[in-house]
Unconditional design. Structure first.
Length: 130
């Protein structure tokens, strides 16, 4: 077994000391995003000429919403010009959509706006269930 050097001991100590700090810094972000059971507020607006809407699904929406497709949006539906934008809530409370999958945002409204920006005027096509 290799001998523990001073450098390795200091590196390990620094890593252990930083762990609680990192957890403390990230925990308020998840709470601020409303990740602990609260549903985002509904919205209905025109953004860059496109109508975007967001609302809770009837009955909470956990589970299936047609065709065997699991609802990852936490019971929340987002629409762009009346077409559903598939959204998903991440473990950290951020949101992504099928259009801007690699760019997490804080709210479903921000996900809808990001999708409109990304679409650049193109129509949103329905996301297939399977």
């Amino acid at each position: 077994m290799p001998e523990l050097s001073r450098r390795r001991a200091l590196t390990a100590a620094a890593a252990l000391a930083a762990t609680p700090t990192a957890a403390a810094l990230t925990a308020p972000t998840a709470r601020a995003a409303g990740h602990h059971g609260s549903s985002p507020a509904p919205f209905d607006e025109v953004y860059k000429g496109r109508r975007i809407q967001g609302r809770s699904r009837p009955g909470g929406g956990h589970g299936d919403h047609g065709g065997g497709h699991h609802d990852h949006g936490g019971g929340y539906a987002v629409l762009v010009d009346g077409v559903e934008l598939h959204v998903m809530r991440n473990a950290d409370g951020s949101w992504i959509s099928v259009v801007s999958h690699y760019d997490p945002v804080a709210t479903p409204r921000a996900a809808a706006r990001a999708a409109v920006d990304e679409l650049q005027g193109a129509a949103l096509l329905p996301f297939p269930a399977n």
